[in-house]
Design a protein around this ligand. Structure first.
Ligand SMILES: O=P(O)(O)O[C@@H]1C[C@H](O)[C@@H](CO)O1
Length: 301
């Protein structure tokens, strides 16, 4: 992404922040409040737009846009389709903060604490509910290009191999050392999404999302493995953010936009490309975004 900062802003952005340090998080939050104003910064709902829900950021009313380049400690997002803005404003009459662009562990040397810094920041800004979205490959045979899958549960593969944002010393002010993720995706919020989907004739599947480390797409044998263990869709994000949100006590609603069908058979496989992912996301993203706005309108806080 192009960096048009003045030297002072660039210096501030380069300021070293330890994402595992509670006081450093407070310093980031103080800088955001100073730049956009305390009242603008205070938010009830946080939205992380993956490759699939980018358009929702553009529908935020009375927007105040803060580029990541002006937020101390925020890395830059390099993935095409992720704009790199924090947007404050209103959606469906609610105060939201929308992250147009996320930090993928594969971009940041698997530093999951760094990649979840925005979740800790949004928690300090007051959010009670977080909506996450991603682009994903469909594993379950019912899923088609452009479908939306409500995430019921996840398999956080990097964390099972030791790459969790909660690894390392834990300041108790962040929350519990041992976080229970038995209810990571809130049932009431899922029921609301299903109800809103029914009313607007939106075909909505519910399933399990698996996060792989990426950035290479998965081989057919790997996809078969994920299918065997119960995954319906796969991607390279989200689970780290949800884990930290649950440690903070934030309720989560998650969606996967199915941008490609994952290969299950090496003899009949097709190439997967980020261009295809972006293309389908562009076609289906508008409708998915308006659906999420409808849900936000009906959320009770
Ligand atoms: O941020 P998301 O999870 O939507 O991005 C997906 C996963 C990879 O980063 C990329 C692959 O095409 O898109």
């Amino acid at each position: 992404m192009e960096n048009n900062n003045s030297p002072t802003q660039a210096a501030e952005h380069d300021q070293k922040i330890d994402p595992r340090n509670y006081d450093d998080i407070l310093a980031v939050v103080a800088s955001i409040k100073e730049q956009v104003g305390e009242e603008t910064a205070r938010s009830d709902i946080g939205i992380i737009c993956g490759s699939g829900l980018g358009p929702i950021g553009d529908t935020v009313q009375e927007p105040t846009i803060l580029p990541y380049s002006k937020i101390p400690g925020f890395p830059t997002t390099h993935v095409v389709g992720h704009k790199g803005n924090m947007i404050f404003g209103k959606l469906g009459g609610k105060k939201v903060v929308c992250l147009q662009g996320r930090f993928h562990p594969y971009e940041h040397n698997m530093d999951l604490a760094l990649c979840t810094l925005p979740v800790r920041v949004m928690h300090q800004l007051g959010i009670k509910i977080m909506i996450v979205s991603n682009a994903a490959g469909g594993i379950n045979a019912v899923l088609r290009h452009g479908d939306l899958m409500l995430i019921k549960d996840h398999i956080f593969l990097p964390a099972l191999a030791g790459f969790s944002p909660l690894v390392g010393c834990n300041d108790p002010r962040f929350g519990a050392r041992f976080v229970s993720v038995h209810d990571a995706y809130d049932k009431q919020l899922r029921n609301l999404a299903i109800e809103v989907g029914r009313r607007s004739n939106m075909t909505l599947y519910e399933g399990v999302y698996v996060m792989s480390g990426g950035p290479q797409y998965e081989s057919p044998a790997e996809v078969s493995l994920f299918k065997t263990v119960g995954a319906d869709a796969l991607g390279m994000s989200t689970c780290h953010e949800v884990t930290v949100a649950r440690q903070c006590g934030i309720k989560v609603l998650g969606f996967s936009l199915i941008t490609n069908i994952a290969n299950l058979d090496a003899d009949q496989s097709v190439e997967v490309s980020h261009e295809e992912v972006m293309d389908i996301a562009k076609q289906a993203g508008e409708r998915a975004s308006s659906f999420v706005s409808d849900i936000v309108q009906e959320l009770s806080l």
